[in-house]
Design a protein around this ligand. Structure first.
Ligand code: ADP
Ligand code: ZN
Ligand code: ZN
Length: 751
């Protein structure tokens, strides 16, 4: 037997090995000799012939059987990703596996906490056991009495009970389960009255009639009810729903009701969120709503063992709800019934290294392959998504108003900083508004998207500025720690006491960072309790939850925060959001900068006035009349999207074309450009449907000592672009590119 194995190497090929043992399923992990070392591989094909001479084929060293093979559906999805992103199948497969499964040593499976009888075990008759097998009989009888037993409970039965347990597991009579009892899914309170079949309409009415026992489940608003009714009416097929709801419109409640319907049908649900650290609230809400099927989380902050355990619980079908970040999109879910992508526009769904996939797009493909619905939720959908909804490929569901009755959207005003004197970046009207909230006992957020003290240290005498030696960025001064740091490569050095160039002792700090705003506010509002929340202050483990709690508990008057705080948090007493300065994005060279700015400002604005108290947003800008700000003030995403899409169409940008970048980097720009020019020459006449642009330095030219440039290719036809990339990639692989590292980025988000 020849096993064709995918290995975690940057080569777009499978490797042939021989195997003499029993049949091996596709998706099985194996250990194979690879050069001087041994490597883990995944069996991609099983055949009986090889193009290699028989004496060159090495034997598989070992077939791992501790865990079931990668299921067919995931294999198919990963093959799609490998083809679509033009990334080697091996690396694509390994990208999707928990780290523990990528290692050459056998897996040490996390010990299961609980054990229960399997279907076969329940049929087993204790009387058939040999009379001498007393402990086995006792264990079997005990397991028949209860739903499940803890490992310690079993051990307490008898010293030889663990051995009996092991024997039962081998017989297939006992299986592991992660949750004690695992009673059959209880209909949750919201579904009462609807138990003879999923009838969302009925359920909504029951809700409005106020017959629900649990007061935490609100009756749906008419818009929510419409969305739930529509989605739940089409759970049997692939559909892409775009749930467009302003912040606070109750998208989460819609998710919960659709999840409930899917769970009742015995399905599993995959919920993707941009950053799990920022969404403990979502996890809590799922946990509170579905106590019998608590969500399992899958993200990169988990320890290897935890991640493996959760991955396997999902694969076995035990976990009904999986809540995770982008990597969770590859989790095996045998009963997948629904995928939800929350904040679908968020750039962190796109992986920016290795397999450069978009988890949102992969989620849509996965839903299609599995023939299940996918819900994309956002207050500010990606323009690609919005365009798909306009074109009828996705179905738009709108929640135009806040769910809490009486909660109005925040009023947005602009402070023209072209006309006002600023005190360390803060204007008088903003300071006055802050004082007003403090006097009323309400909270404020000052949003500034730059951490550190000041973005540049400068010498007024000779013009020296703190530039990073290895990047084209500036070193940011972190005054509290007395360090100069590069936010791109991690360079970290002491703040010099004198100008390194001319010796001048009087260096100037230019611009604002969170630390400086914090310091200024401490000086100007001496009685206020001020808290800075950014990646630096949240670095320590559990620091962020502790700070969030402080805010919730009303121990803070003014929060100075970055985007770390902009997402998903719901602070009841926060009524004012001040935005320090966001003008940079208005003259950025990146055609998506405006889209991102709008989304970000909508999101921070959404922090103001979530409950009974009305909210206000004050944005400091030099361009108060800019159309983007005007649309923002009207809370008019559709209007903004329409004008952006018109511009994109005019300029022939996505979504009106499909793009890919050939990214290259090397210590010297000359080499990079040389490679890219050679790559451009590999384009043939036959590729007429594809436009290849000139090599262009990246927006951030130097990072960590490497110079970066790219070649943009685009086409009005996705199929034509794909066909081109497939051929081109093969030709690129044949190119001489010694010192140059290159990669293809399909549907790039960063330039
Ligand atoms: P979104 O995710 O759209 O920002 P959430 O789902 O977080 O909105 O809901 C915002 C707030 O509105 C939450 O406090 C939530 O409990 C509340 N809420 C949601 N739906 C309803 C409803 N039907 N009736 C009353 N309050 C609701
Ligand atoms: Zn100087
Ligand atoms: Zn740097």
């Amino acid at each position: 037997m020849i096993l064709r194995v995918a290995l975690d190497v940057p080569l777009n090929t499978l490797f042939d090995y021989s195997w003499q043992g029993s049949a091996v399923a596709i998706g099985t992990r194996v250990l194979v000799p690879f050069g001087p070392r041994r490597a883990v591989g995944v069996v991609a094909e099983v055949t009986d012939q090889s193009a290699l001479a028989a004496d060159r084929i090495k034997a598989v060293s070992r077939v791992f059987t501790e865990v079931p093979p990668l299921p067919e559906e995931i294999f198919r999805l990963l093959r799609f990703c490998s083809d679509y992103y033009h990334h080697p199948l091996g690396e694509t497969l390994f990208n999707a596996l928990p780290t523990a499964m990528r290692q050459t040593k056998p897996l040490t499976l996390p010990k299961a906490e609980f054990f229960r009888l399997s279907a076969t075990g329940r049929l087993a008759d204790p009387a058939t056991l040999p009379a001498r097998a007393l402990v086995k009989r006792r264990l079997l009888l005990r397991l028949r009495e209860v739903d499940s037993l803890r490992r310690e409970e079993i051990a307490a039965l008898s010293p030889s009970a663990p051995a009996a347990l092991k024997a039962f597991i081998e017989l297939g009579w006992v299986e592991e389960c992660s949750v004690h009892g695992e009673p059959p899914p209880q209909p949750s309170p919201a579904s009462e009255g609807g138990s003879n079949g999923p009838s969302p309409r009925l359920r909504g009415e029951v809700g409005r009639g106020g017959q629900m026992h649990d007061r935490t489940i609100p009756p749906l608003t008419p818009a929510q009810e419409q969305a739930v009714y529509t989605i739940n009416g089409a759970l049997d097929e692939f559909r892409v729903w775009l749930l467009h709801g302003v912040t606070g419109s109750g998208k989460t409640e819609v998710y919960l009701r659709t999840v409930e319907a899917v769970l009742q049908r015995g399905g599993q649900v995959l919920v993707l969120v941009p950053e799990i650290n920022l969404t403990p609230q979502l996890e809590q809400r799922f946990r509170a709503r579905f106590p019998a099927s608590p969500p399992l989380s899958l993200h990169s902050n988990l320890s290897g063992g935890e991640r493996l355990k959760n991955y396997l619980a999902a694969q076995s079908g035990q976990a009904q709800i999986v809540l995770g970040t982008r990597l969770a999109v590859f989790t095996p879910l045998p009963h997948l019934g629904l995928i939800i992508v929350d904040e679908e526009h968020d750039a962190s769904f796109k992986q920016q290294e290795g397999l450069r996939y978009s988890a949102r797009d992969v989620a849509v493909i996965r839903a299609k392959q599995a023939n299940v619905p996918v819900v994309l939720g956002s207050a500010t959908p990606a323009l690609e998504t919005w365009h798909n909804a306009q074109a009828g490929r996705y179905t738009l569901l709108s929640l135009p108003e806040r769910a809490v009755s009486g909660a109005a959207p925040p009023e947005i005003h602009f402070i023209d900083t072209g006309r006002l004197k600023l005190e360390d970046g803060l204007s008088d009207p903003l300071l006055a508004a802050l004082r007003e909230r403090i006097a009323r006992g309400e909270q404020s957020l000052v949003f500034i998207n730059r951490r550190g003290y000041a973005p540049v240290l400068m010498c007024g005498q000779c013009g020296w500025i703190s530039a990073c030696q290895r990047c084209s960025g500036r070193l940011v001064a972190h005054l509290r720690e007395r360090r100069l740091r590069c936010h791109h490569c991690g360079h970290d050095s002491r703040i010099p006491s004198a100008c390194p160039s001319c010796g001048n002792l009087d260096l100037t700090l230019l611009g604002q960072g969170t630390q400086r705003v914090e310091e200024t506010l401490e000086r100007l509002l001496p009685d206020a309790r001020i808290l800075r929340v950014d990646r630096d202050s949240a670095r320590r483990k559990h620091a962020l939850p502790a700070m969030l709690k402080q805010i919730h508990d009303g121990e803070v008057d003014v929060v100075v925060g970055t985007q770390l705080l902009a997402k998903g948090h719901d602070f009841k007493k926060l009524t004012l959001v001040g935005v320090d300065n966001a003008d940079g994005a208005l003259y950025s060279a990146d055609f998506r900068a405006a889209e991102r700015l709008f989304a970000q400002l909508m999101q921070v604005a959404g922090r103001a006035g979530r409950a009974e108290l009305p909210g206000e947003v004050l944005i400091q800008t030099q361009f108060p009349g800019h159309p983007l700000f005007m649309a923002l003030q009207r809370h008019d995403f559709p209007g903004f999207a329409e004008s952006q899409l018109a511009e994109r169409r005019q300029a022939d940008f996505p979504p009106y074309c499909y793009q890919a970048l050939l990214r290259a980097e090397a210590p010297a720009m000359e080499k990079v450009l040389e490679f890219l020019r050679a790559a451009a020459e590999q384009v043939s006449e036959a590729d007429a449907q594809v436009t290849v642009f000139d090599p262009t330095p990246a927006l951030m030219v130097r990072v960590a000592g490497k110079e970066r440039a790219h070649l943009l290719v685009q086409s009005a036809s996705r199929a034509a672009l794909q066909a081109f990339l497939k051929n081109w990639r093969e030709r690129l692989e044949a190119l001489e590119s010694r010192s140059v590292r290159w990669t293809l980025d399909v549907d790039p988000l960063e330039f």
